[in-house]
Design a protein. Structure first.
Length: 255
């Protein structure tokens, strides 16, 4: 087992511990019927994520340093996004639907799916399991807008950052070789966006902000390998307890 695979296994085990730490108290609250429906969906989502991670650890230990083919963990991660989306839909109080929001969500995630296909060559897997992210992002946009969580200039700034990253990733994809002129800005902008979302998540403890931090950390994991994948995974692990804390705030608001 290579050092990079070993580090990945260790980080995954740490994430498993964090997942168990949020699933157990959420599950106890469910048994006492002292919880919200969004927390129930969160518990199911994190349970799916837990099974996916356990599969990853088992695979890396049994077949280290080999690419995982299409496997059952994809179904678990897809279920996770669907459960999280169901929770966001229950938390969303605004019924207003704006056309550009769903169009933007479709194009943004569609661009990511296109990149995944070019990177992996797995058409069916990337399309089928990328589609739920469109609905997830749409709910995030609607929730952030309806709750006025972020000032307009911050919303525009974060959109421009991620659009710039997408453009640079396509430039890098179709150029003959990946050079510092494209790679460094991709890394800087991606993790600057994650740091900003993490700070907002800690400050606001709003469910839509923390769920956005979680989603963009997942997209960052899909975009990098080795060191930067590990950094993105750390961010993804940090997002999990922040999501849990935001659900406690959401429960207090409903009382």
């Amino acid at each position: 087992m290579s050092d990079s695979t070993l580090i990945g296994v260790i980080l995954t085990i740490v994430q498993v511990i964090v997942l168990v730490a949020v699933i157990l108290p959420t599950g106890r609250s469910m048994l006492r019927r002292n919880t919200t429906l969004i927390a129930v969906f969160f518990c199911f989502a994190m349970g799916c994520y837990l099974f996916s991670n356990l599969y990853w650890v088992a695979y890396d230990c049994l077949r280290p340093d080999t690419r995982m083919p299409f496997a059952v963990n994809e179904f678990a991660e897809c279920a996770m996004i669907l459960f999280l989306s169901a929770g966001l839909e229950k938390a969303l109080r605004d019924e207003k639907k704006i056309a550009w929001e769903i169009i933007f969500s479709f194009l943004f995630i569609g661009a990511h799916i296109t990149l995944w296909i070019f990177w992996s060559g797995e058409w069916v897997q990337d399309i089928v399991f990328g589609i739920p992210y469109i609905f997830y992002l749409w709910l995030l946009i609607r929730g952030i807008r309806s709750r006025n969580i972020l000032p307009k200039r911050e919303q525009i700034c974060i959109v421009l950052i991620h659009l710039t990253v997408l453009v640079l990733e396509f430039i890098a994809l179709f150029s003959e070789e990946l050079n510092d002129a494209t790679y460094i800005p991709i890394v800087v902008l991606t993790f600057a966006g994650l740091i900003w979302l993490m700070i907002r998540s800690i400050k606001d403890k709003d469910v839509f902000t923390t769920y956005a931090f979680f989603m963009f950390s997942v997209l960052a994991m899909y975009s990098f390998g080795d060191l930067f994948y590990d950094v993105a995974m750390v961010a993804n692990t940090v997002a999990i307890p922040l999501m849990y804390l935001s659900l406690k705030k959401e429960r207090d608001k409903e009382r």
